[in-house]
Design a protein around this ligand. Sequence first.
Ligand code: FMN
Length: 373
Amino acid sequence: MEPVCIEDWEELAKRRLAPEIYDFIAGGAGLERSLQENIRALERVKLISRVLRGVSDVDTSAPRLSPLQSARTPATPMIVAPSAHHQLAHPDGERATLAAANQCGAPLIVSTMSDTPLETLCKNSAEPVMFQLYLYKDRGRNRDIIQQAQDAGCSALVLTVDVPRMGARLRDRRNSFDVKRYQKRTDQFDEPLSSEPPVPSQSGGVAAFVAEQLEPALSWADVDWVKNQTRMPLILKGVLHPQDAEIALKHDVDALYLSNHGGRQLDHHVSAIDMLPYIRQRVGESMPLIVDGGVRSGADILKALALGADAVGVGRPVLWGLAAAGAQGVAEVLRQLIDDLTLSMHLCGCASLADISQEIIWTKHPSYQGETL
Ligand SMILES: Cc1cc2nc3c(=O)[nH]c(=O)nc-3n(C[C@H](O)[C@H](O)[C@H](O)COP(=O)(O)O)c2cc1C
């Protein structure tokens, strides 16, 4: 089968992965209502095209992201969302993801829980990467990690604030899933990219790691503390309430990343796409907004941009590409999404991101601003 959409890539990945690894990646918290809601919320938003605008070439470059990318303009408003343990999906892990992201001009956020050291990735990246931080209880450790990220040349620090504790991952409990059993650290960036499935090793668990190591009582004082540790721009990931977005403005946060963590934390949670118009209205035009959750096509990306996002994050689709075919699979997934975004923009009469606005959204959603039609 030639995979031509994200669902095809997921199917290929599912065949390739051990069932408990597939479940770890695909699953959400509780009854997975938030997970389903992410897809449904995007489905509810309808595009309405403009015609006869004389568009021939479509430019997907995203200049509003340049403050987060060391003044470079990414070729696409699609960011590879931070996700833990890429070696669960493929032995080449994050270095395969990085190679593909570089190839496609998509900014990459490296997770605190990367299987490959950040320095290794930064040293081998043509573009600056962003680093995602989970705040540890140990302040000294946080200080060291932030310093390392800055020294390695990371272009932004993404502080994830929606994991004071781990969501109830029922699939993982049913499977007695233990991430450490599959971990194999490869620090050798020069090793040729391979295609072997991951190898089981010793035991441990993500939930135990979160409970033992991470700060459960995160507060705005921590945001200020992190901000004071670095000159990297600070992005808060996991904000959904407009009042929190407004508070973030007062704390000099440089960008907001709206997310319900791919439905993996609070169940019965609102989707980020539904909160996006409210938050854009609350924070004004200048604050860069990234949104994620359930983005599975270029049309989804266009919807998010039209509702006020500057970029979308893509989580599981990247891992499906990685599991199915390593770096090549990730590159193919990213390329298909970019091609579909280009197509959708053209069909809506948008030549560049600057042409995208709420006028191409038709929805009965209460956030809809009718007068723009
Ligand atoms: C397997 C997996 C691991 C993840 N690990 C992290 C992480 O380490 N840090 C983080 O901030 N978010 C993490 N996330 C959440 C993603 O950054 C992102 O918010 C989510 O996947 C977006 O939804 P999508 O998968 O529907 O695109 C993870 C998501 C998945 C699926």
